[in-house]
Design a protein. Structure first.
Length: 409
């Protein structure tokens, strides 16, 4: 278990939510969240993009998803050996996460009768900050959305006050553990890029759906890793439907994680997909530098990763100063510089940020990356003296500025 003592905390904005037709406030005391008064379901169009289902979804509709298995508490006690501390693999704001094994007596979804499936069981803390609405939001989104870069929700349990979620088990845990845990093996450069690319693919999928979905809680601990270090986004408790019609943003209470939330969202409560792009930029900085978004052990400018790293990102000669020393120089300088420029664009002011599809394309076209989990020859710095000094403008991976195409925040 590696997440109990992290130096991060959830933002619970004190801003009053501005009037918005698609949100209602949850009664005080139950949760700090706002939820959709009309939680949309997502089906699939022919192109494989999620689309809004025609009818509003009640709690009953959400829980009746044909993709999800309802478990009893008894099933999950059996799966986790009565939530034995030995099976504890993590802890977050929602509650504790246990490893378990489900013995399927009959086939369900991808599982075959008689098979054993490794699962991660998340158990809501009764006193937790996050509550039923967030639990339901997770079931709603993950019961409808399926993509290789989103974690698979297998089922849930709702029994009395008990609320649990059953996910596919991700053997490599979350990205946060790999970048920051001292005992963890250093993530090689190629693996870092593989993870960033997978996470960008998951986020692009959400943003480009017919009814856009804003993830709102993008961070290293919500990026789970399978046995081959494929990245999958988890935790859709804060996800929200993006603006529709002529609206440029969704007005909402500020929720998210300090250090990752976009400054304009914190200041105004106006949420757009560009807020996710900002958070993605922060995660890229963590991958480059091996430092936390917020480091409570440091003071001054080093406390905040964005503030500390920003001056070095656009200067190829200075970039090495912020690179993760655990990489011991084993990364291609040109690719690192390109990633730094992408990160710089992601954390720039909202109207100048790229879209996730552009970030994804730029990551997919990084110079000479072989996606393996060990440093490859392609990872070694390339000798190309002519390219040694590149201005950000000369090597800008994402050329489009959508300020003119989309309304400002
Ligand atoms: N499906 C899974 N497979 C394996 N490990 C998991 C899985 N889901 C969660 N974990 C582990 O449990 C930890 C806690 O997850 P959880 O989502 O509850 O909290 P968090 O993301 O760390 O914090 P927050 O509540 O702020 O989102 C994760 O960091 C990860 O290490
Ligand atoms: Mg999480």
């Amino acid at each position: 278990m590696g997440n109990c003592c992290r130096s991060r905390c959830k933002i619970d904005g004190t801003l009053k939510p501005q009037p918005c037709s698609d949100v209602i406030e949850v009664p005080s005391g139950s949760t700090h969240l706002l939820v959709h008064s009309n939680p949309n379901g997502y089906g699939y169009s022919d192109e494989g993009k999620p689309e809004i289902l025609p009818t509003p979804r009640s709690e009953w509709d959400i829980l009746s998803s044909p993709h999800l298995k309802p478990f009893t508490l008894h099933d999950l006690k059996k799966a986790t050996r009565n939530f034995q501390p030995h099976n504890l693999i993590g802890e977050g704001g929602f509650g504790y996460v246990y490893k378990g094994v489900i013995n399927d007596s009959k086939s369900f979804g991808d599982t075959i009768a008689g098979s054993r499936t490794d699962v991660a069981v998340k158990k809501l803390k009764p006193e937790g900050f996050q509550g039923h609405k967030e639990w339901l939001s997770e079931v709603n989104y993950l019961g409808q959305l399926h993509h290789p870069n989103l974690v698979k929700l297998i089922g849930y349990c709702l029994e009395g006050d008990n609320r649990l979620l059953v996910y596919e088990y991700m053997p490599n845990g979350c990205l946060e553990d790999h970048i920051f845990r001292k005992s963890a093996q250093t993530l090689p450069w190629a693996t870092r890029i593989k993870i960033a690319t997978g996470a960008a693919r998951g986020l692009s999928f959400l943003h480009d759906s017919k009814q856009q979905i804003i993830y709102r809680d993008f961070k290293a601990s919500n990026i789970l890793l399978d046995s081959e270090f494929n990245a999958k986004l988890s935790d859709f408790g804060l996800a929200k439907a993006g603006p529709t019609g002529d609206h440029s943003h969704v007005s909402t209470q500020v929720l998210g994680t300090r250090g990752y939330a976009a400054p304009e969202y914190i200041a105004t409560g106006r949420l757009t997909s560009r807020c996710d792009v900002y958070s993605f930029g922060v995660m890229l900085l963590e991958l480059l530098s091996g430092r936390h978004a917020i480091d409570n052990t440091k003071s001054g400018v080093e406390h905040n990763l964005v503030e500390w790293a920003r001056p070095y990102l656009g200067d190829r000669r200075k970039l090495f100063r912020i690179m993760d020393t655990k990489l011991e120089g084993q990364y291609p300088q040109r690719a690192a510089y390109t990633v730094a420029i992408i990160a710089l664009q992601c954390i720039s002011e909202a109207k100048s940020r790229p879209q996730m599809s552009e970030v994804l394309a730029a990551l997919e076209h990084l110079p000479a990356i072989r996606h393996s989990s060990s440093p490859s020859r392609e990872d070694k710095p390339k000798q190309n003296p002519k390219r040694e000094v590149l201005s950000p403008a000369a090597n800008f991976p994402l050329r489009h500025n959508h300020a003119q195409q989309k309304p400002e925040l």
